[in-house]
Write a protein that binds this ligand. Sequence first.
Ligand SMILES: [Zn+2]
Length: 131
Amino acid sequence: MTDVRSSGLLAPYREAAGRGVLLLPRCGDCGAWQWPPRAACRHCGGALDWRQASGGGRLSTWSVVTRAPRPELQADVPYVVAFVELDEGVRLFARIVGTGADALRTGQRVRCRFGPSPDPAISIPVFVAEG
Ligand SMILES: [Zn+2]
């Protein structure tokens, strides 16, 4: 199985995130959104284009990270990571910022923002709770 992190498939996603835009692959034939990126549509095999996603979604599950997985994240703990079900029907794994885990609830509306990653040259999608 190809590792999308090193395959170059994430390059358009990363470039757009640096501009504060959430781009996701979408099938030009059947219109299905996809995540993670892949070479062809997982439903019909059609060609994928990168399209701007709405940035809206719902909180699916989350967890609090209390032990930094890498030394550069030590200053950030504790922080919340979550699976977000985007309105486009795909799931993203991302941080939730601005709200502690105690105040989150399943199905809560969240919205994409962009924040710094451990590498200050890279901007990554994070989500904030709405309402
Ligand atoms: Zn398709």
